[in-house]
Design a protein around this ligand. Structure first.
Ligand SMILES: [Zn+2]
Length: 68
């Protein structure tokens, strides 16, 4: 059983039609460090932000920015 469908969403780069790879990226924000997994295109190095992240962490980050 090597089916991976369902568990992994299919993220494809619009530009090069390459399958995106998950990369852990360290992010520094307001003196704090946290690690996030971002989808990156191996060809053009475009980084895609998943919906979860956009709606969760990134929103928090933006909120922090505005509050300051
Ligand atoms: Zn690409």
């Amino acid at each position: 059983m090597k089916e991976e469908s369902g568990q992994e969403e299919k993220w494809i780069c619009d530009k090069c039609k390459e399958k995106l790879e998950l990369h852990k990226v360290k992010v520094s924000y307001l003196g704090g460090n946290f690690e996030v997994e971002l989808l990156k295109c191996p060809k053009c190095n475009n980084v895609f932000i998943s919906e979860d992240l956009a709606l969760g962490k990134m929103l928090e980050v933006e909120k922090g920015l505005e509050d300051k």
